[in-house]
Design a protein around this ligand. Structure first.
Ligand SMILES: [Cu+2]
Length: 154
């Protein structure tokens, strides 16, 4: 009897271990990625990549951008539009009505003396990976003007 109980415990532990390992791998592959190029109708020099990872109600944004104003900062947001083809398709900041207001308003990149910005930040978000798929990521300059755009891909 005690042997049977022991076996069941082993099986349960094995299954639990497998589940944990699988979910860790899935999360690592889960980030949406956007390649940033000039905002429509601009000749802005910003280029690079932005990744958005969604986890437990938070979004973590990682950015690696070049061609920015040196030693500056500016906005970096997911927008409501799903195209970077024309400026009017990009839309405004993307958040759900159930969210705690516009959580993008203080989301910024920070550049070094060469105009290179690399870093990350995390925000409380009511929207998940599926909601954000194919949405536009917008890079603003330090005046708030839109200079870069890219679409989040799975
Ligand atoms: Cu924006």
């Amino acid at each position: 009897m005690s042997y049977i109980r022991f076996s069941k415990t082993l099986i349960a532990l094995t299954l639990f271990g497998t589940t944990l390992a699988t979910s860790t791998v899935a999360q690592a592959a889960d980030a949406l990625k956007a390649t940033i190029s000039a905002y429509p109708d601009t000749h802005a020099k910003v280029r690079g990549h932005v990744a958005a990872k969604f986890n437990s109600g938070y979004v973590t944004i990682r950015y690696n951008l070049t061609g920015l104003t040196p030693n500056a900062n500016g906005g970096l947001h997911i927008h409501a539009g799903t195209s970077c083809k024309t400026a009017k398709e990009v839309g405004g900041h993307y958040f759900a009505p159930k969210d705690q207001g516009d959580y993008w308003k203080n989301a910024n990149w920070v550049s070094d003396s060469k105009g290179h910005a690399k870093g990350s930040f995390r925000l409380l978000s009511g929207l998940d990976r599926k909601d954000n798929l194919h949405h536009a990521v917008v890079v603003h300059d330090s005046h708030g003007d839109r200079i870069g755009c890219g679409i989040l891909q799975g």
